[in-house]
Design a protein around this ligand. Structure first.
Ligand code: GDD
Ligand code: MN
Length: 380
C-alpha cells in the first residue's frame, strides 16, 4: 500500500509499506559503449540528488562493450536504477523517447551517460521545473555563464554555432543551445509530443521544442560542458546530415518527413549514378536498351545501400536479410517505374507539358517506392 505525504527529506512522492519512495524524477541515460562511465555516474547522481526521490533509467542500444551488463549489476543492488536494453536499434533520440515513455515520475531529465553533463545542476533544474510555470528546463552551454569548456573541439564548436544559427533562423526557435542533450521536462508534456518526434540522430530537444509550436514554457540554465574521459563520441556525419534533414522537414511545416526527404535525396543521387553507368555501358559497346536496364540495376543497388545506410539506418538490414531486402527493393522499384510511366502518360498531352508529365511521373514513382519499400523492404 502506498501512503501519500511529505516528510523530512523534503520528498513529497508516495512511499510503499517497506518505505520505498515512488520516483519524482527519472533521469534518462541514453548509452552506447559507456561501460566505464555508468558506475561513476550513478555514484555522482546519488551524491547530487540527495533529498530528491530519483531513479535512473539506462537506455542502452545493446552496446558491444557490455554497458547493459554493467548497468544491470548496479540495478541488482540499487532499486533506483533500471535498464532498458534495445536490440536491433540505434539512435540517441529514440533511446531518450523510450526512456521518457517508460517513466512514471512527473518529471524527467535527459542526460548524457558519459560524464560530460554536470549532474550538480540537476537539483537547480528540478527546483526550477517544480516551482513555477515551467515545462522545460534546458541546460545551455550558450547562455550567460555557460560554456562549451573543454567538451567541444574548435571545429565542433564552429559547427555547433552554425547548426544553432540555422535552427534559430529557420524554425524561430529561441533556444540558445537547441542541440543540448541535457534538459528536464514535465513527463506529461513530453509524452503528448512523443508521437511526433523522430527517433534518429541527436536532435531530440530541437524536435521537442519545434513540435510543441510555442506551447512549452521554457527556462534556460547555464552549464559547462565537460571533457569526455572514457570512450568516444558517436556524433558523426550521419548525425549532422540527420540534423539538417530535421531543419528542412520542420521548415516545410512537416509536410514531408525527414525520412522521405532523405529517400528523395538518395533517389536524386541515383539518377546521377544511373547516367554515369549508362554512359559507361554505352562506351563499352552495349546496345541501348540493355545498357539502360543494366544502369537501372546499378542505380537501384546504389539506392538500396544508401537508403539502408542513411534513410533506414535505425532499421538497417544486415547479412541475408540485406540480400532479401535488395530483391524486394528491385521489385518495388520496378512497379515504381510502371507508376511513373503510367502517370506521366496520363498527363502528357502536348509537347509543352512534357516536363510537367515527366515530373508528375517521377514524383508518383518516388512516393510509391517510398511507401512500398518502407512497408516491404524495411518493414518493422
Ligand atoms: N542508446 C543510445 N543509442 N545512446 C547513444 C547513441 C545511440 O545510438 N548514440 C549516442 N548515445 C549516447 C552516448 O552513449 C552518450 O551517453 C550520449 O548519448 C551522448 O553521445 P556522445 O556520442 O557522447 O555525444 P557528444 O558528446 O559528441 O555530443 C554532445 O553534444 C551534442 C551537441 O554538440 C551530446 O550532449 C549531444 O546530446 C548533443 O546534441
Ligand atoms: Mn559526449
Amino acid at each position: 500500500s502506498i501512503a501519500q505525504g511529505t516528510d523530512e527529506g523534503g520528498w513529497d512522492s508516495p512511499r510503499d509499506a517497506s518505505g520505498l519512495r515512488a520516483a519524482e524524477l527519472s533521469v534518462v541515460l541514453p548509452s552506447f559503449n559507456e561501460a566505464g562511465n555508468i558506475p561513476i555516474l550513478i555514484d555522482l547522481l546519488d551524491k547530487a540528488l540527495s533529498g530528491i526521490a530519483w531513479e535512473a533509467i539506462v537506455v542502452d542500444d545493446n552496446s558491444p562493450d557490455g554497458t547493459t551488463e554493467v548497468a544491470r549489476k548496479i540495478a541488482g543492488v540499487d532499486p533506483r536504477v533500471r535498464v532498458i536494453r534495445r536490440i536491433g536499434r540505434r539512435g540517441l533520440s529514440g533511446a531518450c523517447i523510450e526512456g521518457i515513455l517508460s517513466s512514471s515520475a512527473p518529471f524527467v531529465a535527459i542526460m548524457d551517460a558519459d560524464l560530460q553533463h554536470d549532474e550538480t545542476l540537476l537539483p537547480k533544474m528540478f527546483a526550477a521545473i517544480k516551482s513555477d510555470d515551467t515545462d522545460l528546463v534546458v541546460a545551455s552551454r550558450k547562455v550567460e555563464g555557460g560554456t562549451v569548456g573543454e567538451g567541444l573541439s574548435a571545429i565542433r564548436a564552429w559547427g555547433s554555432n552554425i547548426a544553432n544559427g540555422l535552427a534559430q533562423k529557420l524554425l524561430n526557435v529561441t533556444l540558445s543551445d537547441p542541440m543540448s542533450g541535457f534538459f528536464m521536462v514535465r513527463r506529461d508534456k513530453a509524452e503528448a509530443l512523443a508521437p511526433r518526434l523522430s527517433p534518429q540522430g541527436f536532435k531530440i530537444l530541437l524536435d521537442l521544442v519545434s513540435s510543441a509550436n510555442g506551447t512549452l514554457k521554457i527556462k534556460e540554465l547555464p552549464f559547462t560542458f565537460r571533457e569526455r574521459q572514457h570512450g568516444e563520441s558517436k556524433l558523426d556525419t550521419l548525425v549532422t546530415l540527420d540534423y539538417f534533414g530535421l531543419l528542412l522537414a520542420k521548415y516545410f511545416g512537416d509536410i514531408v518527413s525527414v525520412r522521405f526527404l532523405m529517400f528523395g535525396l538518395v533517389g536524386a543521387s541515383g539518377l546521377f549514378v544511373h547516367l554515369v553507368a549508362l554512359r559507361f555501358f554505352l562506351l563499352g559497346g552495349m546496345e541501348f536498351n540493355l545498357a539502360q536496364t543494366a544502369a537501372s540495376f546499378v542505380a537501384m543497388t546504389s539506392n538500396f545501400f544508401l537508403n539502408n545506410q542513411l534513410t533506414y539506418r535505425d532499421r538497417r538490414l544486415r547479412g541475408v536479410r540485406a540480400l532479401i531486402g535488395l530483391l524486394t527493393f528491385y521489385a518495388v522499384c520496378s512497379v515504381g517505374v510502371l507508376a511513373n510511366v503510367g502517370v506521366a502518360n496520363l498527363i502528357y498531352a502536348d509537347p509543352v507539358y512534357w516536363w510537367v508529365a515527366g515530373t508528375a511521373g517521377a514524383v508518383m514513382g518516388a512516393v510509391w517506392n517510398y511507401a512500398a519499400s518502407s512497408a516491404l523492404t524495411w518493414r518493422r
